[in-house]
Design a protein around this ligand. Sequence first.
Ligand code: CAA
Length: 282
Amino acid sequence: MDIKKAAIIGGGTMGNGIAAVFALHGFDTYLIETSDALLQRAVKSIQSSYDRMVKKAVIGQNDLETALSNLHGAIGISSVPQDCDIVIEAVFENLAVKKSIFNELHTNVKAECIFASNTSSISITELGADTRPDRFIGMHFMNPVPVMKLVEIIRGYSTSDETYTTIHNLSISLEKVPVAVNDYPGFIANRILMPMINEAIFALMEGVGDKEAIDTVMKLGMNHPMGPLALADFIGLDVCLAIMNVLYEGFKDSKYRPCPLLVKMVAAKKLGRKTGEGFFKY
Ligand code: CAA
């Protein structure tokens, strides 16, 4: 199947990054938000990401103008074009909310349209079961989307080979590197990354080292670009907690229990960069 028209649901960090990449690579791209204020914020963020690329000569002025002309903003699920070839959902990690979005889309858009979710850990099989399971797939991009090369492509239980091949080829045309993953809690990225972050928070809670010591060990000792605590702030502590809970409930294994300090910080709304404070202040 040839993908030309794409809709991205949700203009948060991941959604606006995904929309930026689609528009830049020549796709007719619709970014869907719930209000004009949120849409304006998402477009501003895309604009500053493009400006950064122009400044670094990653793209030229012509690419910028073409990308902006490919990008359309709209409000509400009902404004997703009926003839869309793919819809990528990138709203917050809540199964019921995501399911209700796909249910509404299912009645609105053409039957051939592929449904994809950027969920970081919720089951693709479960998300797709009520609508079009053979044309349902996970496309898990990494933050910051314009920079990170990886896309985890998650096959649900009923995802067809044709859907998988289309999404594999689409990822390559977005200049990303697709990796095939089967549908188990946390997929590959967060199955490995989140327990590491959670363990770093345990180390902080138990006083093994202070936050600078923990991050420095991982940056200088393992060559990670960011320490695990700074990375947790970057991802959002609420997102980290939600993913740990998916792992814990999915495997029923105590090794995935969320660190009590992570739980407490989320309760205190110290969510990281987006609230101005997490393990570090911004
Ligand atoms: N849009 C466009 N370009 C961007 C950008 C954005 N939003 N953010 C950064 N860049 C570009 C910069 O322009 C810069 O480009 P050049 O190399 O050409 O100069 C490059 O990216 C590096 O940026 P900076 O120099 O500003 O900063 P840095 O060197 O400290 O790198 C970083 C920043 C890329 C975020 C780096 O610290 C990094 O790779 N961190 C780890 C990120 C990571 O692990 N992401 C995955 C998180 S997990 C996830 O997303 C999935 C999940 O489910 C939780």
